[in-house]
Ligand binder design. Structure first.
Ligand SMILES: Nc1nc2c(ncn2[C@@H]2O[C@H](COP(=O)(O)OP(=O)(O)O)[C@@H](O)[C@H]2O)c(=O)[nH]1
Ligand SMILES: [Mg+2]
Ligand SMILES: [Zn+2]
Length: 244
């Protein structure tokens, strides 16, 4: 349990008083927030736009990134940080596209933290003016609580997961700026109810933007790229305004 540190469910832990548990959680999250602020300052200095991709395992984060980095790599310097408990499979899938990727293995850990991301960022080539994609560990719970220094979180939700997941795991949908509904190619065979999914997501986060995509067919990706380019232009504008 304490691997995670976030203890979002507020469970009891044998031998620890609830005050002590709350203190340990505050210490862990407080330290993470300081390191996330350091990451954010570095991304800012490098003019790097960082996205933190979160989802349950198998929603299609890596498939989506393989397609996106292949199609965006001529427009932006791109780097990827891949988080999984074990294996470097996902980093290898990204590197096969010619884009730099660093694998972080969290072992028993169930989320990436800001320290891991800072160390992985050191090992990437300089992404000056580019984009950093961080693929978090597949888990709809505690990655919501750990700021990595990203510009925003993107939750990837697939049509195979059931429409009610935004209600069951509200913290993640509340923390995300964009929901990519992936595997839309499978929607007809699954009787997937898109309207219901969007309604549930907006119930926990009225501001969440929603797009449907298929990492398999490429459907919906031009809208996703347009969204990325808008975020990028906005960050550039803010930068220029600050420089006066
Ligand atoms: N039909 C379909 N399958 C997909 C799509 N995206 C991913 N998959 C499949 O879903 C499985 C998990 O994908 P992966 O990218 O590894 O998910 P991750 O665990 O979130 O990184 C793989 O078998 C993919 O081929 C999609 O848009 N449509
Ligand atoms: Mg993956
Ligand atoms: Zn965790």
């Amino acid at each position: 349990m304490l691997d995670c540190g976030a203890n979002p469910a507020g469970q009891e832990i044998a031998g620890m008083s609830s005050d002590r548990i709350i203190q340990v959680e505050r210490d862990i999250l407080g330290k993470n927030d300081r390191l996330a602020a350091d990451n954010r300052a570095r991304f800012h200095a490098d003019e790097v736009l960082a996205f933190n991709l979160v989802s349950s395992p198998g929603a299609g984060k890596t498939s989506l990134l393989v397609r996106a980095v292949s199609e965006l790599k001529d427009s932006f310097p791109i780097g990827v940080i891949e988080g999984d408990q074990q294996t470097s499979n996902d980093a290898e899938r990204i590197r096969a596209t010619g884009v730099a990727a660093i694998q972080v293995n969290t072992g028993k850990g169930c989320h990436l933290d800001a320290a891991m991301v800072g160390q992985a960022y050191d090992r990437l080539p300089w992404l000056n003016g580019g984009i950093l994609f961080i693929e978090n560990v597949g888990n709809l719970v505690c990655p919501a609580a750990f700021d990595l220094g990203e510009a925003c979180k993107i939750v990837v939700f697939s049509t195979t997961e059931g429409e009610d997941k935004p209600l069951k795991y509200p913290d993640m949908f509340a923390a995300a700026s964009l929901m990519l509904i992936n595997k839309i190619d499978l929607a007809p065979v699954l009787d997937f109810d898109l309207a219901k999914t969007v309604e549930y997501a907006r119930r926990v986060n009225p501001d969440i933007e929603v797009m449907t995509v298929s990492a398999r067919t490429g459907e919906g990706f031009s809208a996703f790229y347009a969204w990325i380019r808008r975020r990028w232009a906005k960050a550039k504008q803010a930068e220029m305004a600050m420089q006066g």
